[in-house]
Design a protein around this ligand. Structure first.
Ligand SMILES: Cc1ncc(COP(=O)(O)O)c(C=O)c1O
Length: 364
């Protein structure tokens, strides 16, 4: 059947996610396995959120509210946007897909940084876009080169801020310079999946930009700080016109009723997510300080403003990731991004982070 497949799909290298804990336990006969591979929040949902999930579970014979009414109102108030400016997705991944589906015809160009979050490229190729990849400069976006790469065929530029896997953010001054003279009819998609982790004062206020410009999309998610990755709920803010077009490309019931109820409860449980944020930020600093001590053994790290760290190793990343897995620690091998000496490690609980550091020390 391969010759009958959509030609765009044949151009996609399958996305390889971090291995699930149960699979690694089975494969290596391990009792304790921790997963630090997918930038999840190890603390998960609060009791209040679990109670909201249990309540919503009683009504799963009904289709969900396709409009996500309550969640929409709550987020609109919080973000100071009109409710009609919001688009909901099965994870913010789907918001990326909806933007592409709504705006890209086969042959149109989409600009991404390389390496960057893989879903931008996979979803772009799936809709038949011509992918224009602009290499990072060190760990940072080369915004000047990305702007120069815009042609009359460009529909969307994806900016992960902070980005994955680098963990680095782009400052307000750099975003302002990028947008100066930037064509009003090319969309700039700011992916802010790690927004809640950023404390840097010069981080751009993209919602303020959206108030002034019709070509901005901002996506955020409940998968990271809010601890709901398994429920798949994310959202985007755009102009009412852009949001309406994206909504036309959406399946009518793309966010489950349980996901909507959990997201609403998670948003209200400020004490819980603030606590996660405090511990995870402190732990990130601890992990980085410990990695710093391994400098003499050829380990280097780049501290970003997210809940993960990119680590450079003295040896091959695939071999090290496998060796760590055999010790019960799942990390992300970054060779899939073409970075053969790097792994990406999510910040876990204090005990998990220490288990990772112990295992790494034994290997390098
Ligand atoms: C930069 C970035 N954007 C978007 C996502 C997608 O998150 P979700 O679809 O769970 O909202 C991720 C997840 O790892 C990410 O790292």
């Amino acid at each position: 059947m391969k010759n009958r497949a959509n030609k765009n799909i044949l151009g996609i290298k399958p996305y390889i996610p971090g291995k699930p804990i149960a699979e690694v336990k089975r494969a290596f006969g391990l009792k304790r396995v921790i997963k630090l591979a997918s930038n999840e929040n190890p603390y998960g949902p609060s009791p209040r959120v679990l109670a909201a999930i249990a309540r919503a579970a009683r009504d799963v014979n009904r289709y969900p509210d396709g409009n996500c009414h309550e969640l929409r109102q709550a987020l609109a108030r919080r973000m100071k946007v009109a409710p009609e400016q919001l688009v909901f997705g099965c994870g913010s991944d789907e918001v990326i897909v909806l933007a592409l589906r709504a705006f890209v015809n086969p042959g149109d160009e989409v600009i991404v940084a390389k390496p960057s979050f893989l879903v931008y490229s996979i979803a772009s190729i799936a809709v038949g876009a011509k992918l224009v990849e602009v290499p990072l400069k060190g760990l940072r976006y080369d915004l000047e080169a990305m702007k120069k790469a815009v042609t009359p065929k460009t529909k969307i530029v994806f900016i992960g801020n902070p980005d994955n896997p680098s963990g680095q953010y782009i400052s307000k001054a750099d975003v302002d310079a990028f947008l100066k003279g930037f064509p009003q009819d090319v969309l700039v998609f700011f992916d802010e999946a790690y927004f809640e982790f950023v404390t840097e004062k010069d981080y751009p206020d993209t919602l303020a930009l959206l108030r002034k410009r019709g070509n901005i999309i901002v996506s955020r998610t409940f998968s990271k700080l809010f601890g709901l990755a398994g429920l798949r709920v994310g959202y985007g803010a755009a102009s009412i016109e852009v949001a309406d077009l994206m909504n036309r490309a959406r399946e009518p019931f793309n966010v489950t009723s349980i996901a909507q109820a959990a997201a609403l409860a998670a948003l209200k449980d400020e004490a819980h997510f603030r606590k996660s944020l405090k511990v995870l930020t402190r732990e990130r600093d601890f992990v980085c300080a410990e990695l710093g001590k391994l400098g003499g053994r050829g380990v280097a790290y780049s501290k970003g403003c997210t809940n993960f760290v990119q680590v450079r190793l003295p040896g091959d990343s695939t071999a090290t990731a496998l060796a760590l897995m055999k010790k019960g620690v799942i990390v992300r091998d970054m060779s899939v991004w073409g970075l053969q000496h790097y792994i990406r490690v999510t910040i876990g609980t204090p005990a998990e982070n220490r288990m990772f550091l112990r295992a790494l020390k034994e290997l390098v």
